[in-house]
Ligand binder design. Structure first.
Ligand code: PMV
Length: 319
């Protein structure tokens, strides 16, 4: 009747941007990500027959803004005639700011709700249901390097390498901690409908995925860096070309990219990626983590820097 689960966000190296089917939230493209170890969301789901409606608390505050998405995720797991639940979510990092908090939140929610409602779903089904709520959440069911495959009628994830097989580090430079103005779900629909670059983006994704998959399998950081930065900037070009345009960056975002370019020209193994927010994620070898951290901390406009290794998929903490 009550279960707690914990999940880490993931950072896409090859991005998901665009839906094939917005009712079922099926992505138009495959994607490839790394699951983090240090950032997390913990979800506590308790079935309470005395409650009339679901109740959501997010980091100690009323979570009404997210309640509809949470309730519909619970409906997908346990059916519409299920009893109401009290859901308490806690994250140790800024939420709704382009740090993939919806990924860790919905991955943890599915695992906790599955146990609380006694559904005994397998991991594939859990990933598919998490993806219905947030496309990227499906990837946080698994650890390490994860591919979300491009299937026409379901959300399917698989592990390419475990975290310890290529223990890269991620340095996250926070340039503005507040919530974003347009959710990624809404923004990608605007891109699909209006961006002249959208079709080419979708068309080229398979080639980017093939290149990235090979780079991951061969643990080749410079090949991964090249395709990852290309894919990230291409996704943002799709957004910039949308009407209205979606520009999530600020001046510090660009300053961080420049800092990373400078480190690359000094021969350091590091590359950047940016999601639907102004934060910059630098992915680097463990050997260069300290220099990358110090450089981004000293970059103009950076308000906070967090460091994470790669971690495991969502798991039940108590049942
Ligand atoms: O899962 P959503 O709806 O929050 O979309 C995530 C979109 C990006 O973070 C920009 C890219 C990705 O693949 O995670």
């Amino acid at each position: 009747m009550r279960a707690v689960a914990k999940a880490q966000p993931n950072i896409a190296i090859i991005k998901y941007w665009g839906k094939r089917d917005s009712n079922r939230n099926l992505p138009a493209v495959g994607s490839l990500s790394i699951t983090l170890s240090e950032l997390f969301t913990e979800m506590d789901v308790e079935i309470d027959e005395a409650l009339k409606d679901d109740l959501l608390i997010v980091n100690g505050q009323d979570g009404d803004g997210m309640l509809a998405r949470v309730s519909s995720c619970l409906d997908n797991i346990a059916g519409h005639d299920r009893p109401a639940a009290r859901v308490i979510s806690k994250s140790n990092f800024p939420i709704a700011a382009g740090l993939a908090s919806s990924a860790s939140a919905f991955a943890a929610l599915v695992v906790a709700a599955d146990a609380a409602f006694g559904q005994a779903l397998n991991r594939e089904r859990q990933a598919s249901l998490a993806g219905r709520s947030s496309g990227s959440a499906a990837r946080s069911l698994l650890g390490g390097f994860v591919e979300l495959e491009n299937h026409a009628d379901d959300i399917v994830v698989k592990t390419l390498l475990n975290a310890e097989e290529w223990p890269l580090k991620v340095v996250l430079a926070i340039t503005a901690p507040g919530p974003k103005a347009v959710s990624s779900g809404d923004a990608m629909e605007i891109s699909r409908k209006t961006s002249p670059f959208y079709d080419r983006w979708v068309e080229q994704q398979a080639a980017d995925l093939t290149e990235a998959r090979a780079a991951v399998t061969n643990r080749d950081l410079s090949k991964l860096a090249s395709v990852a930065e290309h894919n990230c900037l291409k996704m943002h070009s799709v957004m910039w070309g949308s009407r209205p345009p979606m520009i999530y960056w600020n001046s510090a975002t660009i300053a961080c990219m420049q800092s990373i370019r400078d480190l690359q020209s000094q021969g350091l193994g590091v590359f950047f990626t940016i999601d639907a927010g102004p934060q910059v994620k630098a992915i680097c070898t463990a050997e260069h983590e300290q220099t990358v951290r110090e450089t981004l901390t000293a970059t103009a406009g950076v308000v906070e820097v967090m460091v994470s290794g790669l971690g495991a998929g969502a798991k039940l903490v108590t049942a």
